[in-house]
Every structure is written in C-alpha cells, then in structure tokens.
Design a protein. Structure first.
Length: 271
C-alpha cells in the first residue's frame, strides 16, 4: 500500500502556486464538487491504467479513460483545516449517493466501483502522507455490454435450463435502471416467441449487508422484473418469482468481480 501512496504523493507535490488558484486547464470531475477552499494543483486525462487497492495488501489494475485530479489546501492559518477522515467520508458519501459500491477503505485511501449512464467506473482517493492534499482518480472503463437477444436466452434455457442476466437496479431498490430495460424487452420477446414456455424469475445478491435485507431485496427485484413482463402482456400464469438473497453465490464474494457476478437475475426454465 505504501508504494501506491508514495506515487500519489509525488503527483501532489508538483509545484503549488503561491495563491490558491486552479492549475491551468484543470477543473473538477462532473461527479464531484470539491470541499471548501481546496484548489487543483495538477490534472491529467488520457487512456491509462489505474492501480487500486481491493484490500490492505492486494492491488488490482484496470485500463480505460483515466482522469486524475490533485487537490491541495491553502497555507492559511485563518482557515479551519479538515481532517483526512473528513475528506474521505465526504467522498464516500458522494460516491454512495451516485450508487457506488465500496471496494476498499483504509485510513488514507478509498476505492469504489460505480455503474452509471451505461458505463462502469473505478473511483479512488489517495491522501498525501502527512497532509490533506489528495488525488482523485476516476477510471471510465467503457460501455457495459447489454447486448443479449431472445435467441441467446432461448439457446441457454434449452442447453442449461437457466440464464443469468445483468439487470441493473437503483441502489438498494427494486427499480430497474433504464439501461437494462432492453434486456427486459428481450425476455418479453422470448416469452412471445414460445407461448408454451414457463419461467421462474430468480433474484440474487452478493453478501454485502444483512442477509435478511438482501433476501427481501432480491425478492422485490425478481418481482419487479416479472411485473414488467406482465405489464408488457405476458400471462402471469406462465411465470413465478423468488428471491434467494446471498444464499446461492456463483463466485467469490471476497472480490468486487465476484460480488458483481453474484448480483444477478436468473431466468429459469420451468416444466
């Protein structure tokens, strides 16, 4: 962890202007408003790779469009200086409101994942050792693939008896996000193409949070998908739904990639 923190600190201690003005050409990221009195000492925006912590000792790397913004604070004794904890909590609250999921949070560092506007992001904040200057890094990985057709679903149901779908919902809710509505449309096309087909819509979560709450959430999300299909005209007698919560993981919940696979909706073929 120290090596990554040192890299962040080196970027931060680039020449700080005598007055608290932003470096030329730099601005805040659209996702975040800066805390009072902070100013930007440097920035970059290009295709690059981001190393980010997934635990105290483990680092992951992903590539994409990487924005890095370095913030510093005026050397003014009249100003009340925030703590490192206050800064990190400020970012945590902002990312959580956007729908972000925690990957790792330490004393001087945090990393989160976020799915928004049909894109996937990794967000990290690294505090400079010994002061409140920090680097904000936002990696845009790209468009999430949602291209699955009714024929793909039918092939999977005939072959395996089920298919796992990456249907996205509002954070902590059962509201289907707009970018996932085309998947629901394809389930409808599947049901329309084979009027004898009966399915069970089954919701699953990762193991983050309370098991009872996760089961209810998965139940509500599975019902939301079924209700959307009923609204389109599918006979409700051809469908059932169930929420399994975190009871049936298909991947390791200790990694963000594993948790993402476990957060899923499955369509199961019924006799």
């Amino acid at each position: 962890m120290k090596r990554l923190m040192v890299v962040a600190a080196l970027f931060l201690i680039s020449a700080i202007p005598l007055c608290a003005q932003d470096a030329e050409g730099c601005k805040d990221h659209p996702f975040f408003s800066r805390m009072p009195n902070f100013f930007i000492t440097g920035c970059s925006d290009n295709f690059n790779k981001l190393e980010y912590f997934v635990s105290e000792e483990a680092v992951a790397t992903k590539e994409g469009e990487l924005t890095v913004i370095s913030y510093s604070y005026p050397d003014d004794v009249s100003l009340k200086v925030p703590s490192q904890l206050q800064i990190l909590r400020n970012y945590e609250n902002a990312i959580t409101k956007l729908g972000g999921k925690k990957i790792y949070v330490g004393d001087q560092y945090l990393s989160y994942s976020l799915k928004k506007n049909s894109k996937e992001y990794i967000i990290s904040v690294a505090m400079a050792n010994g002061n409140i200057g920090h680097d904000l890094s936002v990696l845009e990985i790209g468009l999430m693939k949602q291209e699955i057709t009714a024929n793909d679903m039918l092939d999977a149901l005939n072959k395996d008896g089920y298919i796992a779908l990456n249907i996205l919902f509002e954070t902590g809710k059962s509201t289907i996000q707009n970018e996932s509505l085309p998947i629901v449309d394809q389930i409808y096309e599947l049901m329309k193409s084979d009027v004898t087909l009966k399915i069970s819509v089954e919701g699953h979560t990762d193991n983050v949070g309370d098991a009872v709450s996760n089961k209810k959430l998965s139940h509500d999300r599975a019902k939301a998908v079924m209700d959307a299909l009923i609204a389109k005209g599918v006979d409700k007698t051809r469908m059932s739904f169930v929420g399994w919560g975190q009871e049936k993981p298909v991947a390791d919940n200790r990694s963000e990639e594993g948790r993402a696979k476990n957060r899923r909706v499955e369509i199961v073929k019924k006799p």
